[in-house]
Ligand binder design. Sequence first.
Ligand code: SF4
Length: 355
Amino acid sequence: MKRRNSRKIKVGNLVIGGNSPIIIQSMTKTDTKDLKATINQIKELEDVGCELVRVALVDKEAALCISKIKKEVKIPIIGDVHFSSEIAKIALEEGIDKIRLNPGNIRNQNKLKKVIILAKKLKVPIRIGVNAGSLNKKKYSLPTPKNLVSSALEYISFFEDLNFFDIIISLKACDIYTTIEAYKLMERKTDYPFHIGITEAGIPNYGLIKSAVGCGILAFLGLADTIRVSLTAPPVEEVIAAYQILKALSLRNYGPEIISCPTCGRCRIDLFPIVAEFNKELQKRYSFFKLNNLNSFKVALMGCEVNGPGEAKMAEVGIACGKSGAVLFKKGKIVRKIHEKEIIETLLEEIDRVI
Ligand code: SF4
């Protein structure tokens, strides 16, 4: 997989684009003015490894909360602004790390210019977020990939005319084909980093699968610089999903990956509860999301001695089950036979040694 060579944009203490890791972000679902709830939600997100968080700035009072929120949290904050240049200006003065704008809904161009000039002075980047749902209907009758790109390019040239280049782009639609085609077209037009996501993906599980397909393809094509999974669910689930999408593509690593077989008629051990219990223990013992950039390694739990040993040998640690027990493999070599009851504890001990 070859990653697109995007330019680097600084957001707080992070860098989005270039060869930086794909940054995982989410959005709070609290009323931003409810400081306690918003700060708590951001802390929950930090605990699962969220690296950048967006808050909705619905009114000036919400924008005036930014400095107070920033004092309590570690990760950079993006202000999500629609319709009002005043809100954007307050957020900038409050120390926001990045602004997300849909320039199309700030109708007064002079006011928009003032926001861009202030952002430039304060070195705050802006995401130009073009959404299929909010495309200028007078100009673009349908939200086709071409129209999404044309609309974004128009905004980009408006920003560039003001010597503003700290731009991140998103072209979102809830339709996977439109989204992917739009990013592919945009790739040829600009090197600004891409924020990717499938908007309004819905509730888990379908929303997770839809996001995994859409974001997975974009990331596989090398078009992702930052990712937000949008789910009708608590934001922590969005972050975990984003990690899992990137982990499945080996684009972000955080500790062990479980390889387990689906089982079949050859399996002579009750593997489902063993794998479920092992996974639970693993999550309990290690906060993997905090182990970013730790070398990824595989732990295999395989159901039989036919296909099991092959996978178990390829993993850092693995077992291939037989009747009432399993053979333990480490770095491709057989270590010993273990009883069914020892499987979980033995694998955890081995992982402790690796970590
Ligand atoms: S590893 Fe063995 S038990 Fe598991 S699916 Fe393959 S053949 Fe079946």
